[in-house]
Design a protein around this ligand. Structure first.
Ligand SMILES: [Zn+2]
Length: 498
């Protein structure tokens, strides 16, 4: 465990943690959203970010400050906190983004870290290379080598007694093995916070599945103890998904950039403000104004109000994600968000492809499992139950039934079968996740998962004689049940068919 980061509640790979930022004298509860403050254009003043929105950390760009003569001077004499008028923690970026945009920058890691230290940054960033998606493997590996040197320079950097924390970016483009290796190497340093970098092009292209794969790979290398920043992730519709992958910090430039383009953020996606007749939100902006009011305003006033709304909806979603982690229903929230856009559904499905990663960190017991879509059949809890089946003691002759225990039988035991989990003995019926709420009109994905559970039990216990009594499962579901299991249809299912 890194001593400045403590983990408390967990759900899926999501967690509530606290990040101590000693130089600022601030402890940031995670997941946290860092509004991006452009030192040249302050859409919403930093003091308001903390007072009205509850931001206790923000991010700004030290490269721009260093390049801009007036800001450079003020930052060095007044310090960053005084200059921005913000008492919370301030993270600074290094110019890596400009490097990626323009091909070169005129500063080394050592120089930019020294500048960040001198202006009073609380969390500083070296000059890494944000390798974009889909480049050749050679390029990704070569640039990862340069990023590794930047991390080594950052490790060697003398922050004096400033207590400034340091970022260790994790790159690797769209190569999961490189992301994993980069994560492992970053975790081996004594650096402090771990941004997963260069995922913005993936998010802009709605490639949420590739984003999830990049994050899960980086997390495999980083391990659970590292605080992870999903760098450039500012759209509220993906906070739940990213938090479920184990991301702790997000930063939003989107609230201001989108407002400039007349875009209105919601947890289900982005709306063009011009298309709206109603505001589907209860923040101060949306309750005090109608879209028509805003249309009557000058451009600047409208942009400011849209930015305020965008930020409100973003912070509200962060709080919702935290409460979901606390209540143990983060995956239910992810399922809801996955319905907002097909690309989000791809992202959720990619997360479920990594169910074994999730299963390692998902708490054994939570509130209640709600089966709300056929993707629920692939949740880590289902996987874990299936693995548990292999370890259970099984009597010689067992009836596995979707119905109650028959009045008259000569089995040694009667076990319930509940889609999507499959069979389990009575002794487990009050334990999570077998207390799940499953719809009456069960779908074939849940039945299929239950059939696979029966198969798991049969394979792990070939000596047991198993009979499955199912409630009218179709042939393609029953295909998953091995021939060694006797299969019969419940009388009530037979009656329904007649
Ligand atoms: Zn609003």
């Amino acid at each position: 465990m890194r001593d400045h980061f403590e983990l408390r509640d967990a759900d899926a790979m999501g967690r509530i943690g606290s990040l101590s930022v000693p130089r600022a004298g601030v402890t940031v509860e995670t997941p946290a959203l860092l509004p991006v403050v452009n030192p040249n254009i302050q859409t919403i003043e930093p003091a308001r970010l903390s007072e009205e929105f509850g931001a206790d950390i923000l991010i700004t760009n030290s490269y721009i400050i260093r390049k801009t003569e007036e800001l450079n001077e003020r930052a060095l004499t007044e310090g960053l906190h005084e200059m921005l008028g913000f008492d919370g923690a301030i993270m600074t970026d290094s110019g890596s983004f400009q490097l990626a945009e323009y091909g070169e920058i005129d500063v080394t890691t050592e120089e930019i870290l020294a500048f960040q230290r001198d202006i009073g940054s609380d969390i500083a960033t070296p000059v890494d290379i944000p390798t974009p998606p889909d480049v050749s493997r050679e390029q990704a590996e070569e640039e990862l080598g340069v990023t590794a040197e930047a991390l080594a320079d950052a490790e060697a950097f003398d922050a004096g007694d400033s207590e400034m924390l340091l970022n260790a970016p994790v790159q690797g483009s769209t190569y999961p093995d490189l992301r994993e290796r980069a994560g492992r190497q970053a975790a081996e340093t004594d650096l402090d916070v771990f941004p997963v970098g260069a995922v913005v092009p993936l998010m802009n292209a709605y490639r949420y599945d590739d984003m999830v794969e990049a994050v899960l790979a980086a997390k495999r290398g980083l391990g659970p103890a590292a605080p992870v920043h999903l760098f450039g992730a500012g759209h509220p519709m993906m906070f739940a998904l990213a938090a479920a992958c184990g991301c702790d910090l997000f930063d939003s430039a989107a609230y201001a950039l989108m407002a400039r383009d007349g875009r209105y953020l919601t947890v289900r996606g982005t709306e063009q403000f011009e298309d709206l007749d109603y505001f589907p939100c209860s923040c101060a902006v949306c309750t005090e104004h109608t879209p028509d009011d805003l249309r009557g305003m000058d451009h600047r006033a409208r942009e400011d109000l849209l930015a305020e709304h965008n930020l409100h909806v973003s912070f509200a979603e962060i709080r919702r994600v935290k409460q979901a982690i606390r209540s143990g229903n983060l995956l239910e929230l992810v399922e809801v968000r996955a319905r907002g856009h097909p690309a989000m559904l791809d992202g959720y499905r990619a997360l479920l492809d990594g169910a074994s990663d999730l299963e390692r960190e998902d708490p054994v017991s939570k509130g209640a499992f709600f089966y709300t879509s056929h993707e629920s059949a692939r949740r880590p809890e289902v996987l874990r139950h299936r693995e548990r089946l292999a370890r259970l003691d099984v009597p010689d002759r067992v009836l596995l039934t979707e119905d109650g225990e028959p009045n008259d039988h000569d089995y040694d035991a009667v076990w319930r079968v509940v889609p999507p989990f499959g069979p389990f003995p009575k002794s487990l019926s009050d334990t999570y996740p077998l207390t799940a709420e499953v719809p009456e009109r069960v779908d074939t994905a849940a039945q299929r998962a239950a059939a696979e559970g029966v198969a798991e039990l049969a394979e792990a216990h070939p000596e047991a004689s198993l009979t499955l009594s199912h409630d009218g499962w179709p042939a393609h579901v029953l295909e998953a049940v091995p021939e060694s299991v006797t299969v019969e249809t419940l009388p009530k299912a037979r009656e329904r068919e007649e």
